[in-house]
Ligand binder design. Structure first.
Ligand code: HEC
Length: 120
């Protein structure tokens, strides 16, 4: 047998209750925001080590480790990285981001360069 006990505890007038303050907006600074919004992070990972959330789904892909300049195939300089972002790598999961503006691509390339731990 089931027994339900209903307690009516809301005797106060609702209109006198204060709304809780809205949660604080989270702001992400410019180059990092691009890295997130354009999905780079999902393959390349938040630290650029190639362990993004989608990485395991990309079978047979060789996702580079941005932290280690010896793993770059297309060059680790700012210009080389910018070129890769602009043109993509045909035949791989790395698509061309040619719709991006030059200053956005340059800022992203710089952002990736800052991840490098063994710069020449
Ligand atoms: C769907 C997964 C995916 C996304 C999204 C993605 N990449 Fe890639 N990226 C790859 C893979 C895989 C490679 C390696 C391709 C190959 O086999 O040569 C790569 C290669 C690169 C390289 C070349 C590194 C080298 O070896 O010289 C750069 C730079 C790069 N990505 C930057 C970016 C940036 C910046 C973004 C976002 C604007 C991005 N990628 C988005 C999967 C991705």
């Amino acid at each position: 047998m089931f027994c339900f006990i209903l307690i009516h505890c809301n005797s106060e007038n609702d209109s006198t209750k204060k709304e809780p303050p809205p949660p604080k907006a989270i702001t992400v600074p410019f180059p990092e925001a691009m890295y997130i919004q354009n999905g780079c992070i999902s393959c390349h990972g938040p630290e650029g080590n190639g362990r993004g959330s989608r990485a395991s789904l990309l079978k047979d892909a060789r996702i580079p480790n941005f932290q280690d300049v010896s793993t770059y195939i297309y060059g680790s300089s700012k210009q080389a990285i910018a070129k890769t972002i602009q043109n993509g790598i045909p035949g791989t999961y790395m698509k061309a981001y040619s719709h991006m503006r030059k200053h956005e691509i340059d800022a992203l390339a710089e952002y990736i360069q800052k991840m490098q731990k063994n710069q020449r």
